[in-house]
Ligand binder design. Structure first.
Ligand SMILES: Nc1ncnc2c1ncn2[C@@H]1O[C@H](COP(=O)(O)OP(=O)(O)OP(=O)(O)O)[C@@H](O)[C@H]1O
Length: 261
């Protein structure tokens, strides 16, 4: 999808600050993600990546500034097209007593506020989605018995089955094996080819490096780099993006991230 149209940005963050009580976690964040773009949010531990994506989907309140998804300010939740927005958190907290199977969790992605009956043919869709994350064989098992990485893959399948126009996904590569990483990269690439916008929190581009068009780096709650992903030459027209404002179209350098408390 072209960023040349007058369509609203998939994500618009304006002068956003977040403070959860112990001082600012994010300050003065400005970010525009165009429809169809693939963007990696990078930064050291504690730099604010998860807080930023949580704020984007309304899980963390801004202290000031605003977030809009497809032109709808998230402070007015009823206007946001949530049905086409997928969010996969970094860590999954399952309730041990909740014995939902992987199939049931993924199926719930097909339910809407209006219709609580899965649509016809949904079982096959669920199996396909679980197959995409390498868990088709475990569809009938209870998710609380899964490892953290497997639980996140179930949530990724739940997000993919909705065919999201915007997918926000927090550290999908951590805690999963290499085969699953490659399979996940292929699924995300397919989603992107179909026109979806993908915003992914990462520590390193890894298996997703070929599909990431833009990298934004946070440090201590501020955007410190915004440009082409590390390793990009900038010669590929597919990697140029008009929203890479702050550093022009220069590649973001390889990150040297130290430990932070
Ligand atoms: N609910 C909260 N209350 C207070 N402080 C918080 C809360 N959530 C996060 N923080 C703090 O905000 C800062 C940013 O955390 P965040 O999880 O957003 O960083 P991150 O870049 O995603 O880190 P990581 O790469 O380790 O996942 C950290 O110092 C963290 O301790």
């Amino acid at each position: 999808m072209s960023s040349q149209t007058n369509a609203p940005s998939a994500v618009l963050v304006e002068d956003l600050s977040v403070d959860l009580g112990a001082g600012p976690i994010l300050s003065g964040i400005n970010l525009r993600v165009s429809d169809g773009e693939t963007l990696a949010l990078l930064g050291a531990n504690g730099s604010g990546k998860t807080t930023l994506v949580k704020t984007m989907v309304g899980l963390v309140p801004p202290a000031s500034g605003r977030v809009a998804l497809y032109g709808a300010d998230i402070s007015d939740r009823s206007k946001v097209p949530w049905a086409r927005i997928g969010y996969v958190p970094q860590r999954v907290n399952t309730v041990p007593s909740m014995s939902a199977t992987a199939e049931e969790v993924v199926m719930s992605g097909l339910l809407s506020g209006r219709c609580l009956r899965p649509p016809r043919g949904s079982r096959a869709l669920v199996r396909d989605a679980l197959g995409e994350v390498g868990l088709a064989e475990r569809a009938g098992e209870s998710v609380h018995l899964f490892s953290g990485g497997q639980q996140q893959r179930v949530l990724i399948a739940r997000a993919l089955i909705r065919k999201p126009r915007l997918l926000i996904i927090d550290e999908p590569l951590s805690g999963i094996d290499r085969t699953s990483k490659i399979a996940l990269a292929a699924s995300l690439q397919q989603l992107h080819t179909a026109g979806a916008t993908i915003l992914v929190v990462l520590h390193e581009l890894g298996e997703l490096s070929s599909m990431i068009q833009r990298a934004v780096v946070l440090d201590q709650g501020k955007v410190v780099q915004d440009g082409l992903p590390p390793g990009s030459t900038g010669n590929d027209p597919g990697h140029h993006h008009p929203d890479a404002l702050q550093t022009g179209r220069h590649p973001v350098p390889e990150l040297r991230m130290g430990w932070r408390k």
